[in-house]
Design a protein around this ligand. Structure first.
Ligand code: SOE
Length: 377
């Protein structure tokens, strides 16, 4: 019989649901060292919390995260809240010896991220940032192509993360548009993902030059009675140089009309290239200069073979998987790392490095100049 790991989750909305689903599903598909027990859920709104707990089968409820993190019957704290609260919850959870899975971006800024990293290192607990796109099989396969030398020396990464859900100027104000609660807008929400993927696939950032825009400066209050100021970016683009000589372009926006969750990466190297689009997440396009010249072209690989990363646990070839599977893969890797007392990536150090790039882009945009990223976290 496998051991149990008792999970306490803070946050009952979009991420709370995707993480709950992952904890429930993971032992059904993967051989994991622990069976997650959905021990306690925490949220500010008691009615929403009760509905969430009922829907996913969380065994108990707390309306104070301070109480949740000190409970002795919790081994792993899952932080699925808005960005403002990540740091306080993580530092307290670490002090109580809990392992931590934290949503992205890790923190409001790199000062907080540093504090969080110090806290988990001091406590000796496992820590992971929920950059779930590192667990898309096609992305892991792309990483393998790089590691096997099939892409060669990387020259370019062009990455965009495009959504359109707030194009309507009457879309009401929410925490995501408030700098005090979110830190930044499209930048921290979406660029954080493609920055993390770029670090995973290409390497460390050296310097950035950015531009941030807010198209709709005021939005209606949720009750429709007034208007409030939007204090975050709607779109942020930047140029980047990497320490290994590669260069990159990045754009995150919530104003890409028609694009819903369009994260596209193109990587070009001296021996080959690949591109990936999250809206077609089972596919990877790969070009190889090793192919006979008369046959060269981007081939579309359907990443659903049992030999592809994570796929063996799922369905026969061609039976595609979806967005929610990335969280299941993430939780699988976290549980194994907890059992083996091994590092799991992306960890809080990766979260800090991502935050340093985010902060540097914001500074660059404010001061209209290139900004160098610290050589170490
Ligand atoms: C909203 O823009 C959002 O849910 C992000 O917060 C997630 O990290 C991303 O995966 C999808 O879009």
């Amino acid at each position: 019989m496998t051991k149990e790991i008792r999970v306490g989750i803070v946050g009952t909305k979009f991420m709370g649901r995707s993480h709950s689903n992952a904890f429930i599903d993971v032992p059904h598909f993967f051989e994991v060292p622990f069976t997650p027990v959905l021990q306690a859920a925490c949220g500010r709104n008691a009615a929403d919390l009760a509905a969430f707990a009922r829907q996913f089968g969380w065994k108990s409820q707390e309306t104070s995260w301070e109480k949740l993190v000190e409970r002795e019957d919790i081994d792993l704290v899952d932080i699925s809240t808005s960005n403002l609260t990540h740091c306080a919850i993580a530092v307290a959870a670490a002090k109580h010896g809990k392992h931590i899975l934290c949503e992205k971006p890790l923190a409001m800024n790199s000062t907080e991220a540093r504090q969080m990293l110090d806290a988990v290192q001091e406590a000796g607990v496992r820590h992971m940032v929920a950059f779930n796109y590192r667990r898309v099989p096609a992305i892991v396969q792309a990483k393998k192509l790089i590691e096997e030398g099939k892409i060669g020396k990387i020259y370019h990464i062009n990455a965009v993360y495009l959504q359109d859900w707030i194009v309507d100027p009457n879309f009401p104000m929410a925490w995501r548009f408030d700098a005090k609660e979110a830190g930044s807008g499209a930048h921290g929400d979406l660029n954080a993902h493609i920055i993390d993927l770029a670090r995973y696939l290409v390497g460390e950032f050296e310097a950035v030059s950015g531009d941030m825009t807010t198209f709709v400066k005021e939005r209606p209050t949720p009750d429709g009675k007034g208007k409030v100021q939007v204090t975050v970016d709607d779109a942020t683009s930047f140029l980047a140089r990497f320490t290994n000589g590669a260069v990159g372009t990045f754009t995150a926006t919530r104003f890409a009309t028609g694009r819903k969750n369009f994260l596209r990466l193109e990587v070009f190297g001296s021996k080959g290239a690949f591109n990936f689009n999250l809206e077609r997440l089972n596919e990877l396009e790969y070009f190889s200069l090793n192919d006979p010249v008369v046959e060269q072209g981007f081939r579309q690989v359907l990443v659903t073979e049992s030999k592809h990363p994570y796929v063996n646990a799922w369905w026969p070839p061609g039976h595609i998987i979806g967005w929610e599977h990335t969280f299941i893969h993430e939780v699988r890797d976290l549980l194994i790392a907890i059992d083996q007392k091994a590092e799991v990536y992306p960890n809080f150090y990766d979260g800090l490095r991502c935050q340093q790039v985010l902060d540097a882009v914001a500074l660059s945009a404010a001061e209209k100049r290139w900004v160098t990223i610290p050589a170490e976290g």
